[in-house]
Write a new protein. Structure first.
Length: 346
């Protein structure tokens, strides 16, 4: 990549959509975005005296990003089609590519053992150009999305449960409509609606759009889990607490909800793990999570084994750690576990 200085006093900012997975046009080298399209974009920014910011998209969503106004323009080797011309304006043709098929015959392949091939593939996918850093960056993004969505989604689910406890028929109907609507909408569709339509022309970061989407979805499912746990508590518990002089709020928070939590936490655990795995779709809205980083590596090495296997193992480890953490929480709040620990201590 030539040294193209950025404008010292830019007169504006340009959001550019690109793919980052097609060599030599837009790809990652030494963990830096580079390529012919990237050079062209930087030269254009210098000429137009504007600051630029790149957003990564799959080909399935990059046109929608331009059409919705999420990005100002696209710098990617995008083929011109009649349908695409109806929604976006193409530049003049910069280059045309002829495709050819080559068939090789009588090639003597180097004889390598299975372990040698594995070693060479591992070095190529993770060590060369420090590509493991892409994986680490993706893990950080995935964990951030999961933690924030779980926290906000749990609060939202609890508020929905309290909303239903008001006894209002209207409140119960509104909550039911919200839950059914979110349960019936595929997560990837919800994310794309939020990113390309609702927040399409806003300056909100894609990560926060994803957090909002997963929070809404997680809150809907978890509210039903909480409701089932609360309803499973014997009504005699409430009556006994009221008879002892506690009011409705004290009865709920001191007696009903702690017992319900012990019952719904195992199911809640599974919902958290499901959320973690669902974050693998955020590449549709220009977020470079663990799965997206794996795609970037595969686009450079043309090898699928190590990037995909490593991604699967990492998701498994993260899910296991989350499950372990939630089991520890369950042990702390479960009265039977506390009694058992007290007996062992005595």
């Amino acid at each position: 990549m030539p040294d193209i200085p950025a404008p010292e006093h830019p007169e504006g900012k340009l959001l550019i959509g690109t793919t980052g997975i097609v060599e030599p046009y837009s790809f990652y080298q030494d963990n830096e975005l580079t390529g012919c399209d990237i050079e062209l974009a930087r030269r254009f920014a210098q000429w137009a005296n504007v600051e630029i910011e790149f957003q990564m998209y799959d080909y399935a969503s990059i046109v929608a990003a331009a059409e919705s106004g999420t990005v100002d323009c696209i710098f990617a080797n995008l083929n011109v089609t009649t349908e695409r011309q109806e929604v976006i304006d193409f530049s003049d043709t910069i280059y045309s590519v002829d495709n050819a098929m080559l068939v090789a015959e009588d090639i003597e392949l180097a004889q390598e053992t299975f372990l040698e091939r594995l070693q060479r593939s591992f070095e190529k996918n993770f060590i060369r150009e420090d590509r493991y850093k892409l994986i680490l960056e993706g893990i950080g993004t995935t964990c951030l999305l999961t933690v924030l969505s779980v926290l906000f989604g749990t609060v939202l689910a609890f508020l929905i449960c309290l909303f239903r406890r008001t006894g209002s028929r209207l409140a119960n109907r509104i909550a039911n409509i919200y839950v059914k609507l979110l349960q019936g909408t595929p997560m990837v569709v919800l994310l794309m609606i939020l990113y390309y339509i609702i927040f399409g022309r806003s300056s909100i970061a894609a990560v926060w759009v994803a957090v909002i989407g997963f929070t809404l979805n997680f809150g809907a499912y978890t509210s039903e889990i909480m409701r089932s746990g609360i309803e499973s508590v014997d009504s005699g518990q409430r009556e006994a607490a009221l008879a002892l002089g506690y009011n409705e709020n004290q009865t709920f928070f001191r007696f009903i909800f702690p017992q319900a939590a012990v019952r719904f936490l195992p199911v809640y655990n599974g919902e958290v793990v499901s959320l973690l795995k669902s974050t693998s779709i955020v590449g549709y809205i220009a977020i470079q999570d663990l799965t997206k980083m794996s795609d970037i590596i595969r686009s450079r090495t043309y090898e699928a084994f190590f990037p995909l296997i490593a991604t699967a193992i990492i998701y498994f480890i993260l899910a296991w750690l989350l499950s372990l953490l939630l089991k520890l929480v369950l042990r702390q709040i479960d009265p039977r576990s506390r009694q058992k620990r007290a007996k062992e201590a005595s």
